[in-house]
Design a protein around this ligand. Structure first.
Ligand code: SF4
Ligand code: SF4
Length: 382
């Protein structure tokens, strides 16, 4: 695995530091909204002068408590997210004024009904297709969320506020995308483990400008190091694309382990990767339509059909010079598990090996996963 920088802030440290920042912000009266998914148009929260905190949980610790209310055979991300709220052990949940959920997968949508009994949970009704009628319906949801924020906080959000927030968020997408696109360089200049950990850790930092500054500095540093030490040199390490469910809860036993076996993770087709960042909000369109269009186009498997994801994976395989595809599907995530059929076919069409892994947040399957990763790494290294 490529060396981590000395000042590398790991996920747990970032979570702790973010907690203190959040507490300070709350004491100054800042509005804080908790979200679980990239489909929520966070520009509207920014326009309300609020901060968004990403609550998606990645730890197995709160799962047993959640299983008192939720079925065991449910995605660990949903159970952990609910468990944190139920036990009141997540400071970010605690500091959120209210929660915004969405009708993405069935498990999450139904869990939000239970979560609403713990803390107000406002649910955006996301359609699962992308035709004109779906776009109209989703635009109405964008308008409804705008109104919800105004009513909840007793404020008025102007169109100008939203336009400014769109500019700010579009810039943030560019900054994050440039960082992720470091993976296009060959030899790989940075470990995929570092890329993923850094981006997830930013979810705990409520300040957009600060988030951009941290990532711009690291991007510049990595580029300089690559130019001076790696450019033009050949690397025998295979390069893989990681796709599938959000991977922060399984990164240690998958991405970290395969990189330690001599494989570079260079590309991420997942919602903590490039998926939400590739398309910007169109600043030439009316704002609510532009927001609706951008968010409806996110290539998550809860959309049906979701052929755009396969086209995107093909483009990524070419652009990042990918030698293999590793798909991480969280246990009981039906939409990604079913769509993996097409991901496997896409990899075959592109003549690159595919590995599909079903994973949860426990450490119990780490040994078995390592064995499968070792076989995949060996296949790629031949
Ligand atoms: S995988 Fe899909 S539903 Fe889950 S958080 Fe990402 S965008 Fe939302
Ligand atoms: S990983 Fe799958 S099951 Fe879990 S919340 Fe996301 S879409 Fe739903």
């Amino acid at each position: 695995m490529l060396k981590l920088p000395e000042n590398f802030e790991n996920y747990a440290d970032a979570r702790k530091a973010g907690f203190l920042k959040m507490k300070e912000l709350k004491e100054t009266g800042k509005k804080i909204v908790g979200i679980y998914c990239t489909f929520v148009p966070t520009e509207l929260v920014e326009a309300a002068d609020g901060a968004v905190v990403t609550l998606c949980a990645s730890s197995e610790e709160p799962i047993p408590a959640a299983e008192n209310h939720l079925p065991r055979n449910l995605c660990p991300l949903i159970k952990a997210s609910y468990g944190f709220g139920l036990q009141d052990t997540c400071p970010y949940f605690y500091f959120s004024d209210f929660i915004v959920g969405e009708t993405t997968c069935d498990g999450k949508k139904k869990m939000f009904e239970l979560m609403n009994e713990i803390k107000e949970t406002y649910v955006m009704q996301l359609p699962s297709s992308r035709d004109e009628a779906a776009l109209d319906a989703w635009e109405k949801e964008v308008v409804r969320f705008w109104k919800k924020l105004e009513d909840f906080y007793g404020i008025t959000i102007s169109e100008e506020d939203v336009k400014k927030a769109i500019e700010v968020k579009n810039r943030e997408r560019d900054v994050m995308l440039k960082f992720l696109e470091l993976g296009k360089l060959n030899p790989a200049p940075i470990s995929g483990y570092e890329i993923g950990t850094r981006l997830d850790a930013l979810g705990f930092n409520p300040n957009i400008e600060e988030r951009c500054r941290i990532i711009e500095e690291r991007t510049a540093e990595v580029l300089k190091d690559w130019e001076e030490n790696y450019k033009g040199k050949e690397s025998k390490r295979p390069r893989i694309l990681v796709t599938g469910c959000p991977n922060s809860g399984v990164r240690e036993k998958t991405i970290r382990v395969i990189e330690e076996m001599g494989v570079d993770v260079v590309a991420f087709d997942c919602c903590n990767g490039t998926r939400e960042k590739v398309e910007k909000v169109d600043t030439t369109m009316p704002v609510t339509r532009a927001l609706a269009k951008k968010y409806l186009n996110i290539n998550c498997s809860i959309m049906s059909p979701n052929t755009g994801r396969m086209d995107y994976i093909k483009d990524m395989i070419k652009e990042y010079q990918v030698d293999g595809v590793m798909e991480l599907v969280l246990t009981a995530c039906h939409t990604y598990a079913i769509e993996s059929h097409y991901v496997r076919k896409t990899a075959e069409e592109m003549n690159v090996p595919y590995l599909g892994l079903e994973v949860d947040f426990s450490s119990g399957d780490a040994g078995q996963i390592s064995t499968r990763l070792a076989a995949f790494a060996e296949l790629l290294q031949k």
